[in-house]
Design a protein around this ligand. Structure first.
Ligand code: ADP
Ligand code: MG
Length: 498
């Protein structure tokens, strides 16, 4: 071999060695990066952990906070608001009634015909529209004019020009934000939630605002009840099954109400109702307890939200927020490793990942997780291997599992407060015999998250059985109430006419 050939061979060997070294280096680096994301995932799992012992602590905290909120005004983060709903629909209601529901994402309008028997409930044409986003931070006038206009169009379509009875129409207004009631048909807005920000409306009477807008349009219609979505769901539940004592909504936000004995509402001494009870709107979205498993993502989400330090429970369990928690985890992984490729600027946009997409990814049963791939592409993340897609599914699972299990703990907390969890409960206002005999209790549940996200629903129901135990669970029936918040409030306004 000549000198030149030897030199070439030596260069080739050196080159081969350095290529190999680079490849090994890259592999090690990539392994290290994978290890980084696995660590981030592990940390998320640990921080979101909800063993049944911890759930029971949340149950106890919920029951204690309920008690405190009933004992004095401002006694708890749970407002435990009076609704002035003391009688629920019986099934004997008759006539035609309208309902308008302003949720967090949608508004709905419907008409019901009632024939005086439980089986004669004809729900006509539920119209559901997304709330135009500019309305969420417009003015009171713009918002209510829009609602009145939508209602007018609906009535024209339904009645086809003939207001047959020539009588004033009765409307139920389901308004899914915290309201301090002065009667069943009036109350002032306490604060906005779920991203709404029309500050001039805080402190205003909501029913009056709507009635004013209806009058301005010349609509012959009276706002007969003002309720929130949970009270609507409870009313529909009770109409079908009088064992329904609790209602919970998991939609854009989350809240619960239940039927409480008036003598347990200590902050309103002397409150008298014919039924001896009243529906209490818990506003449980604002529940807080040190036992809730909180992550760094929750803390950042809260700090950057329009209502920081508020609605802590809602921000862990409801549809508006689950997507954003998942987005924050993916963003962190993408910042600390390159498994998602170059950092996509889309990932930094708050709320860009909707909870609908989280459930679509979580429940993606295609072999290569194509749905996950499609949604990641919308987030500016393209061509990630199946291994990375699986990781994303796992993140969705961890976040939603925590949400479902905490939701169950919340429900069990209410059952405990009313002595229906089999434990004897917090006894105030209840006789011992009532506590000791386990009775059937129906929990009416509604909201887009619960109705459409199977895994959320399954995690919630599984945890409820885990908390209550097999035996007591047999007495607790969770019933889905589709559109309950709107239909139920129409039933409620009907029940007032009887
Ligand atoms: P609103 O909160 O306006 O009353 P809904 O009760 O219908 O409306 O809840 C809508 C919310 O439910 C959506 O904003 C979303 O967070 C959640 N949601 C709806 N569909 C799904 C779905 N398929 N998967 C997960 N979450 C969903
Ligand atoms: Mg809803």
């Amino acid at each position: 071999m000549g000198k030149v050939a030897v030199a070439f061979a030596a260069v080739a060997v050196v080159a081969a060695c350095s290529v190999a070294a680079v490849m090994v280096g890259r592999r090690m680096k990539s392994r290290r990066k994978w290890r980084t994301v696995v660590e981030i995932l592990k940390e998320l799992e640990d921080d979101c952990d909800t063993p049944v012992g911890r759930l029971r602590q949340v149950v106890d905290a919920m029951a204690v906070e309920m008690h405190a909120g009933l004992a004095s005004e401002g006694g708890s983060k749970l407002k435990m608001l009076l609704t002035f709903v003391d009688d629920l629909p019986t099934g004997r209601e008759k006539g035609t009634y309208y309902a308008l529901h302003l949720g967090g994402t949608y508004f709905r309008i419907l008409r019901v015909l009632l024939g005086g028997q439980r089986s004669y409930l004809d729900v006509q044409d539920v119209e559901r529209h997304p709330i135009p986003s500019h309305l969420m931070n417009s003015t009171s006038e713009v918002l209510f004019n829009f609602l009145a206009f939508s209602l007018e169009r609906f009535i024209e379509k339904e009645e086809n020009g003939s207001n047959s009875q020539g009588v004033r129409r009765e409307l139920a207004f389901t308004f899914s934000f915290p309201v301090k009631h002065t009667s069943i048909s009036s109350g002032v807005l306490i604060k906005w939630t779920k991203g709404f920000e029309i500050s001039e409306m805080v402190g205003q009477d909501i029913a009056e605002c709507l009635q004013g807008a209806l009058n301005r349009r010349g609509l012959d219609m009276r706002v007969g009840v003002l309720v929130n979505d949970t009270v609507g769901a409870l009313s529909l539940g009770y109409y079908h099954d009088p064992d329904t004592l609790v209602a919970v909504v998991f939609g854009t936000g989350s809240n619960a109400c239940y039927l409480e004995r008036t003598d347990a509402i200590i902050k309103c001494q002397g409150l008298l109702t014919t039924s001896g009870s009243m529906v209490v709107n818990m506003e449980w979205g604002n529940f807080w307890s040190s036992h809730l498993p909180r992550t760094a993502y929750d803390i950042d989400l809260d700090a950057e939200s329009s209502n920081a330090n508020d609605m802590g429970f809602e921000k862990m369990i409801s549809g508006m927020y689950l997507g954003d928690i998942v987005r924050r985890v993916i963003l962190r992984m993408s910042q600390e490793s390159d498994i998602f490729g170059p950092i996509s600027p889309v990932l930094s946009e708050p709320y860009v990942l909707r909870t609908n997409s989280v459930s679509a990814m979580h429940e993606d049963d295609t072999p290569e997780l194509q749905e996950v791939s499609r949604i990641l592409k919308d987030l500016g993340v393209s061509d990630v291997p199946v291994k990375v897609r699986k990781l994303v599914v796992k993140i969705c699972d961890v976040v939603t599992r925590r949400a479902g299990r905490l939701a169950a703990a919340g429900i069990a907390g209410i059952l405990k407060k009313i002595g229906r969890d089999g434990s004897g409960g917090i006894t105030s206002g209840r006789s011992r015999s009532e506590i000791q005999m386990q009775k059937r209790t129906v929990v009416a549940v509604e909201g887009g998250l619960y109705m459409n996200y199977t895994m959320f629903r399954e995690y919630m129901e599984e945890a409820l059985v885990e908390i209550l135990g097999e035996e007591v669970s047999q007495y607790v029936v969770v019933k889905a109430m589709e559109d309950g918040s709107s239909i139920g409030s129409a039933l409620l306004v009907a029940s007032l006419q009887a």
